[in-house]
Write a protein that binds this ligand. Sequence first.
Ligand code: ZN
Ligand code: ZN
Length: 631
Amino acid sequence: MRKGIEQRIASLLKDTKTQKQLLQVHAFYIKTCSSHNRFLQAKLLGTLVSLPTPIDLHYARALFDSFPLRDTFIWNTMIRAYLYAQNPQHSVTLYFQMLLHHDEHVSVDSFSLSLVFQACGRLLDWENGTKIHTHVLKLGFAPDLFVQTALIEMYAKCGHLDYACKVLDSMEEPDLVSYNVLLVEYVRIGEIKMAHQLFNRMPQRDLVSWNTMIHGYASLGDVGTAHKLSHTDVEHRQQSNEALKLFHEMQVANVVPDRVTMLSVLSACASLGALGMGKMVHEYIERNGIGIDMKLGTSLLDMYAKCGDIDNALRMFELLDHKDVFTWSVMIMGLANHGFGEQALACFSKMITEGIKPNDVTFIGLLSACSHSGLVDKGWVCFKSMSCLYGFSPKIEHYGCMVDILGRAGLLEEARELIRTMPFAPDAKVWRAFLGACKIHKNVDLAQEATLNLLELEPHVDGNYLLLSNIYSQAKKWDRVVMLRRSMKCSNIQRVPGSSSVEVDNTVYEFVSGDKSHPKSLEIYEMLEEVLDRIQCAGYEPLTTSTVQDVNEQEKQNALATHSEKLAIAYGLLTTPPGSPIRIFKNLRVCEDCHLSIKFISKVYQRKIIVRDRNRFHHFYGGSCSCRDYW
Ligand code: ZN
Ligand code: ZN
């Protein structure tokens, strides 16, 4: 009879899905079972804490406290309940209470230790963590793989990676999980070099190990999707390149990548502007039947947009059945950066019609669209609608965009007034936008004011000095150029070298100004000479005013002629079939002379040339640029 009820309750618990159902079973248990049944009590608590919905911890604790006899399993279950309910402090307290209740039924086991280490890790409670580490030794759990792995994770989470390593090294046969735990922590705190060293000495690697490394490099190389294309320095590019290299090695090692791998690899392609590689990944996804969900689709879309292939970005966008605010924002930002301002605005209207609520990033995309396309009135409408229609208060980034819009359109005084009246202290980005506008519109006085403010905020960024120096030389104020260069020398300002890359046959080739390191350097320079001859015949004249004054005219021309983007284009012309587009990726802003010469090259050689610089995309075709000389 008793056996029958016991079985009945056990089977009822099996079907329990909610806390309410559990309460009913609990009531039934109290009614039918006169004496305590440790097995059923454990089952009750175990079922409660494993429910798929959040549970009432007070009820769980009351249940726990009502048991006169608690065995190890019951203690562990309660410790786990606290841990999973984001209450790790109680897990630790309960662990210490468990030690006090030590008897023939209750003894700390590897599961208790693993749980309490997880709790300490989350609490960053190194003190209790080390204390409990001594229990491990005292209780004889030192050789336990499960415990050791939890210990590694605890030390790593608390920032004591040296201890974590020591534990790993002391293990007789660490398994993959122990290595992966440490690998994940290295990557999480951005110690990618240490992670790679560990990765290299791992006896085996699984999908988790590869994904961790690739994600680590890809996220370090990711320059962010927010404001503009941002500054993409050499280091970022190296990180992204490393992610792609690992992806290749992973395939050689016959480890089958999954969706997570693809997301990281696509982000690396986007940062690098490696379209060929990105397309290969897309093909791989389709060939291997990896379903393109919203996240992966958005990531593909982002890759195409950032690699300069706006047509495929649009195609991807159309193909996606479900789009969230990120998908829409990525599309709007992509259109904006490619200079398709009206389309970006149309895309936004459609998004609103479909009932998607915009976020901060959406508005940065919209305002960038207005800025790159010179849409001042629409810019104001967007900016004002943020607070009036959508209930956002514009952030400093949005003010920065607005300053950019006004400044580029030549409304320098209005832009200055906005900076004066904005509710934040202007940051470097705001001043840089304003300075850029002063440069386009050749306003030396306002430029000087902007630069002084900018240099106060960023005294070590060479680009700021160069902008001002360019403005002085345009205005032929040579004495000021000389003074500025002198003060740069005094303050030890390092120049960020300009570099451009071009992707040929899925390999990215990088050039710096005056680069002669490429094995085909001789041919490249011959090609460049031919290019310059041909475009000069077509009417190109070098714009030497944008360089410094204290060299003679010929030297100026030579310096201009070997700017990295020209070398990259020469290489592109040399190695790609006639008529195919050339995609260039420049880490800084394209200079006036390069911009002018690329326009001529696109006409003379009948090539589409797409240049991504730190601000935006330029689509050169038939002698003109999509930016309408406005960048
Ligand atoms: Zn240039
Ligand atoms: Zn352009």
